[in-house]
Each structure stands twice: as structure tokens, then as C-alpha cells.
Design a protein around this ligand. Structure first.
Ligand code: AMP
Length: 266
């Protein structure tokens, strides 16, 4: 590039002078503006993967390491059920059957949450989008104002049923545990808070099979959707949780602010 400018300078000094002026007055501020825009854009990280792939575990650890808020649509729905809201009442039967909750309930709940001040810099979505339609609605809402990265956690189906049926979750902070691979220090009690552990009503073998079927039909196409947008990264989530976390962290750098070590994995 420098050689071209030198050649222009030799051939036509007045033209070189004008070109230099244009560069300084227009292009340089434009480049600085674009760089600044990139730096201040909201970061949206989407964790994709079948039920049991470890999205919740990864998000629980990542939220400690990141400047991004963690938003799980499943947790928001369960919170609504626990609080006895109208939304919770409407969503419960779908969730108990392992079906997707209708979009109109999901969108109002999610978009209200992402308007909260802690989402200003960005957020990590766990459990949303679940369909191409949800992804398109999100894209329209973001309208190019956010930098979106999707991370697909890949685990063979054969490992998932065992992972889910042995899962327990904290009633208060939603930290997930696995009774064999990452049990709590005290049976039935959360390591992170005084909360009690319980098994989700949709974590039974029959419901899990129906959730997996829905995942393959409706959610898995999102992998190609984000790949086509050049926004997809994949992670081998059948590895031990520490390794999965390191892979995700490496992919998300520099989004990740490395505040703590990757030691306390569940
Ligand atoms: P999860 O905690 O992500 O496994 O979600 C638990 C259940 O909540 C799912 O099986 C669905 O019934 C419902 N759900 C969570 N997120 C969504 C979503 N984005 N769209 C529709 N239903 C959802």
C-alpha cells in the first residue's frame, strides 16, 4: 500500500496532496468511528445445544468470567411458575410435556429482560433462540446494533439422557449439578448458596426424549443458520466441563474478561 502512495507522490505531487487530504479528513475519522462502534456494540452470545449439553453449567461459570448478563429463558419461565404469574400458569403445561412455549409468551418475557441495565454491554442467551423464527425475531430487534456470536455445544444423543436424568438444580440460584460427574459437596444442598437441590419435573426419561425430538426438529437448524451468517463456533461438549469451559472462553476472547480461574466447574 505504502509503495502505491510513494509512486503516486512521484508521478503527481498535487494529486498525492489531495489524496492525502481526503485520507486525513474523511477516511481516518470513518475508520476510527467504525472501530469505536465495534467496541461499543452490544455483545450477544448465544449458547446452542441439545438439552443436557451443558449450556446451563457453562453459562453459570461464564457469567462469573464475563461482563455479560446470563439470560436463560427456561429459568425465567420457571421463576414465573414459582411466583404464580399468569405467564407461568400458561407456560407450565407446555414445559411439563417437553413442548416449546408459544412465542408470544417468550418474546415479551425475554425482551423485557434484555432491556434491563445489566444487559447494556451485552448478554449471554441460554435456551433462546429455539427456532429459526425466534432467531429472525431477535435479529430484527437487534437491527445490526449488536455483535452476535453463537456457540454450539456438541454432544452425541446417547450421552444426553443419562446426563439429564441425573441432573439436579438449585432452587434459588439455578446452578446445575450432575449426581455422578459433578455432585454437590453436601447431598441436596447447593455449593454456591444455601439453596436446596431438586430434580426438574421435565428431566424425566420420557419428557427428555420428547425434548430431544423437538430439539432436532426445531432447534438444530439454527446451527446452519448461524454458520451461514459466519457467526458460529463449535465446541466438543462431551469433554470434561473444565475443558469445555476453556474452549468456550478461548472462542469468546476478547468478549470474556478473565476475572477468575476455571477451577470450580459443575
Ligand atoms: P430449558 O431450561 O432451556 O431446558 O427450557 C425448559 C423448557 O422451557 C423447554 O423445554 C420449553 O418448554 C421452555 N422454553 C425455554 N426456552 C424456550 C424458548 N426459547 N422457546 C420456547 N420454549 C422455551
Amino acid at each position: 500500500m505504502g509503495e502505491y502512495f510513494q509512486t503516486i507522490r512521484l508521478i503527481s505531487p498535487p494529486f498525492y496532496g489531495r489524496l492525502r487530504g481526503v485520507m486525513i479528513k474523511i477516511l481516518l475519522p470513518l475508520i476510527l468511528f467504525m472501530a469505536n462502534l465495534q467496541a461499543t456494540q452490544t455483545q450477544v452470545v448465544i449458547l446452542l445445544g441439545p438439552p443436557g449439553a451443558g449450556k446451563g453449567s457453562a453459562a453459570t461459570l461464564l457469567k462469573d468470567k464475563m461482563e455479560l448478563a446470563h439470560i436463560s429463558t427456561g429459568d425465567l419461565l420457571r421463576q414465573n411458575i414459582k411466583n404464580g404469574t399468569q405467564l407461568g400458569e400458561k407456560a407450565k403445561s407446555y414445559m411439563d410435556a417437553g413442548d416449546l412455549v408459544p412465542d408470544e409468551l417468550i418474546f415479551s418475557m425475554l425482551f423485557e429482560r434484555v432491556d434491563a441495565p445489566d444487559c447494556e454491554k451485552g448478554y449471554l442467551l441460554d435456551g433462546f433462540p429455539r427456532t429459526i423464527e425466534q432467531a429472525e425475531t431477535l435479529q430484527k430487534r437487534l437491527a445490526g446494533r449488536a455483535q452476535v456470536k453463537a456457540v454450539s455445544l456438541e454432544v452425541p444423543d446417547s450421552a444426553l439422557v443419562e446426563r439429564i436424568t441425573k441432573r439436579q438444580v438449585c432452587r434459588d440460584c439455578q446452578t446445575p449439578y450432575h449426581l455422578t460427574f459433578s455432585p454437590p459437596k453436601t447431598k441436596g444442598k447447593c455449593d454456591r448458596c444455601p439453596g436446596e437441590l431438586y430434580q426438574r419435573s421435565d428431566d424425566t426419561e420420557t419428557v427428555v426424549k420428547s425434548r430431544l425430538k423437538i430439539y432436532h426438529e426445531k432447534t438444530a437448524p439454527l446451527i446452519d443458520y448461524y454458520r451461514e451468517q459466519k457467526a458460529l463456533q463449535t465446541v466438543d461438549a462431551s469433554l470434561p466441563p473444565n475443558e469445555v469451559l476453556s474452549q468456550i472462553t478461548a472462542l469468546l476472547t476478547p468478549v470474556v474478561k478473565d476475572k477468575v480461574g476455571a477451577g470450580d466447574v459443575h
